[in-house]
Write a protein that binds this ligand. Structure first.
Ligand code: DGJ
Length: 724
């Protein structure tokens, strides 16, 4: 619910358990008063501290600069006195910076508008508050939007900047969200990583100075994640406070927490200002992406469940949103580039016998691609590998009772390709300098509509040429040499954002033109696993590291924010291709259950014993898929923290069913059993576990004793059913 109290000039947005409060000080400045546990009162103006030094400028005891540098500004602007991190920076035609945005009006309405060209949360039972701030002198208007869904505890923010003046201006910085609070002994939680080691949970104290997490790679990246949270020091999975921000965007981002001289903390999140400069013509506007804010007073667990619920109900779209995903087998780790129709059919034939439902043909089926040196951009089938083309292969796979899917990398171009020979200027590059290669490929200048359209048309032709029901959309390098051969000099700073808009536009076209297609995003593993991509594809490949033990930490970091149904997870071969570790087939299966279950190996070559386990693994996936897709996630123990074992639990919304996923990484001699304290059950309800009855209260407070599994890398799923 959203209210405005005219008398106190206080805006209050309530979700199920939180309140977000802003006020207008001095009739001008929009300040942030409070974000936290739900409050009854609206008499909250005192929180803006305008009765304390430095007083608001109209009272003249102190000057404007002192006021601006300490006031908890809701959407901070720099250049006129606030020296802290600002959200907006404009350069006018005289080359000057500096803004003073003041309150100009607001409106509250039912529903939520679309963000033009951008991914964003959507859905019914939603209210939106739009507050307009204006700088008449600069001719700039900022329209701040805040939305709350009745069924969710999150708050969505975005901002649109309008040029109301008579000349163009350059928008050099436009962040989407800011949060001010008193500094306490906080910790910072972020998700740094690397290729094959994405989204590692990292906590560190924030004592003084600033903490920054960012990407300037043109993608949300393996190295950092567009997320930042501030936690109370005592924060665990079940208690303590969390203030979290997550960005619904897939390109460059900046997230920063800044301690100030007055003992306050300012958190900001938005498009990275580095290499960003948007020319805003007179009368033009710029829509910044959406940021999601979540507050939890019950630790990280509640934060995770809030994000999961929001993304499942109000971000993911399409025909697979609430549907079981087919169990797939992908040939990448099975064959790499060395495959042909016969090999694929042999894999499909064996897979079909075991109950696998879809064959995905990965990289290497097009142009003359025999390795990663060539052919990106030439989206025509390699008939030497696949005689008769995709149709012959897809039909044969369908005849085996399986669906068929393919890999694409539409954003890239190989210098060794027909496309590059015809259009060398279509690659991002600086005039006169050979662009940097990565994986022997260059990035297409998708900001040029003719380039994006030509690529879209060629992949659309491929998808029409056969019965293709799944696409893995890959993106295997970061953006560098960000120069366009088609754009004027004063618009080159728009390229990285225009690139992202073009990718979004292409994916929107794809899922509109092929509404039954299951799209899975990927970026050298999980380099673009973010809420932006989730708006287009209900699942994203989590990491190229498919080792069951490495995956525990990668998946834990991913589960912190994303519903398990979005996390691409496969059983792969051993020794694992990345880390060389050998783990039991059963453990690999249980680890892959934490996501969209599938296989990534040559099923014709694994041992008979392993092959026999496949139908049982698929049955487990089918049994738990609805629970995993719709249930509540509880993290019970983390291998990352204890270095011994990993454990999480999913509980159905009606609390009648639960499953515990347990992996014993290392066997400890001398310990006979382990006590697992469950979470999220109904205290009074009776549950059966392995033929024995317990109340929910007993399982949660006294715990469940499990006998020690024998050996390292062992795993089990513990089934918990309510009994009446
Ligand atoms: C990177 C992906 O993460 C892999 O799964 C695979 O599709 C390769 N690209 C293919 O080039």
């Amino acid at each position: 619910m959203i209210t405005y109290n005219q008398e106190t000039q206080i805006f209050k947005l309530d979700t199920k358990t939180t309140s977000y409060v802003m006020g207008i000080a001095d009739g001008k400045y929009l300040g942030h008063a409070y974000y936290g546990k739900k409050l009854d009162s609206t008499d909250l103006f005192y929180l803006l501290r305008t009765e304390e030094h430095p007083f608001v400028p109209s009272r003249l005891e102190r000057e404007k600069l002192s006021f601006l540098d300490s006031f908890p500004m809701e959407y901070p602007f720099g250049g006129t006195g606030d020296f802290r991190e600002s959200c907006i920076e404009i350069r006018n035609m005289q080359g000057q910076h500096g803004l003073e945005l003041v309150y100009a009006g607001h409106r509250i309405y039912e529903g939520k508008g679309k963000l033009e060209g951008l991914p964003a949360t959507w859905g019914d039972h939603c209210e939106t508050l739009e507050i307009t701030l204006e700088d008449a002198c600069a001719g700039i208007r900022a329209v701040l939007s805040y939305s709350v869904f009745a069924d969710c505890d999150a708050l969505m923010r975005s901002v649109k900047i309008e040029n109301t003046g008579s000349e163009p201006v350059y928008l050099e910085r436009v962040l989407s969200a800011c949060l001010e609070m008193d500094q306490e002994p906080f910790e910072i939680l972020s998700l740094p990583g690397s290729w094959a080691r994405e989204r590692q949970i990292h906590r560190q104290p924030l004592v003084t100075g600033s903490f920054v997490t960012e990407s300037v790679r043109g993608e949300s990246s393996h190295q950092d994640h567009p997320f930042l949270a501030v936690l109370s020091e005592d924060c665990t999975q079940t208690r303590g406070e969390v203030y979290a921000m997550h960005f619904v965007y897939s390109g460059n981002f900046l997230a920063k927490a800044q301690c100030t001289q007055y003992g306050t903390l300012r958190m900001v999140l938005g498009i990275h200002p580095d290499r960003f400069c948007w020319k805003l013509d007179a009368g033009g506007s710029f829509q910044a992406p959406e940021a999601v804010l979540v507050y939890s007073d019950e630790g990280l667990g509640k934060m995770s469940r809030t994000f999961h619920d929001l993304y499942r109900s109000h971000l993911i779209r399409g025909s697979y949103k609430d549907k079981e995903r087919p169990v797939l087998i992908n040939n990448w780790e099975a064959t790499y580039f060395d495959f042909n129709t016969d090999k694929l059919i042999a894999i499909a034939r064996e897979a079909a016998k075991l109950g696998i439902e879809m064959l995905v043909m990965d990289d290497g089926w097009f142009g003359c691609r025999e390795n990663d040196d060539s052919s990106l951009g030439d989206w025509t089938v390699n008939e030497q590998k696949l005689p008769g083309g995709l149709k012959v292969l897809a039909d044969e796979v369908n005849r085996l009772g399986m669906k068929f899917g393919i890999w694409l990398e539409p954003e890239m171009i190989s210098p060794d390709s027909r496309l590059y020979q015809e259009h060398p200027d279509w690659a991002l590059q600086f005039q006169g300098r050979a662009p940097s290669l990565a994986r022997q490929q260059l990035v297409l200048d998708l900001s040029r509509p003719e380039v994006a359209d030509a690529i879209y048309d060629s992949i659309s032709r491929v998808l029409q040429s056969a019965h293709i029901e799944y696409v893995k959309w890959d993106m295997n390098r970061a953006l560098a040499d960000i120069g366009s051969m088609a754009f004027p000099p004063d618009r080159q700073g728009e390229l990285t954002h225009r690139y992202m808009l073009a990718v979004y536009r292409m994916q929107e076209r794809l899922i509109t033109d092929f509404p039954d297609l299951l799209l899975e995003n990927c970026s050298s593993g999980g380099g673009r696993f973010d809420p932006g991509m989730l708006y287009y594809s209900p699942q994203i490949w989590c990491s190229d590291d498919t080792d069951a033990i490495e995956r525990l930490q990668i998946q834990e970091g991913t589960q912190l924010l994303y519903p398990l149904s979005a996390i691409g997870a496969h059983v792969s071969d051993c020794p694992n291709h990345i880390v060389g570790r050998v783990t039991p087939f059963q453990t690999r299966g249980i680890t892959a259950l934490a996501g969209t279950f599938g296989y990534e190996l040559d099923i014709t070559k694994i041992s008979e014993e392993e092959r026999k386990m496949v139908p049982g693994q698929i049955a487990a996936y089918k049994k738990y898929a609805p629970l995993i897709r719709e249930g509540d996630y509880y993290r019970i123990a983390s291998y990352r923290e204890n270095h011994l074992y990993d454990c999480y639990e999913i509980v159905s919304k009606d609390k009648r069913q639960a499953a515990v996923f347990f992996v014993q990484v290392l066997y400890e001699p001398g310990r006979r059993s382990r006590n697992i304290r469950l979470q999220g059950l109904d205290e009074q309800m009776f549950y059966e576990v392995d033929g024995r009855r317990y109340t929910g209260g007993t399982l949660m407070h006294a715990g469940l004793l499990r006998n020690r599994l024998r050996g390292d890398f062992q795993a089990e799923v513990i089934d918990i059913q309510a009994v009446f």
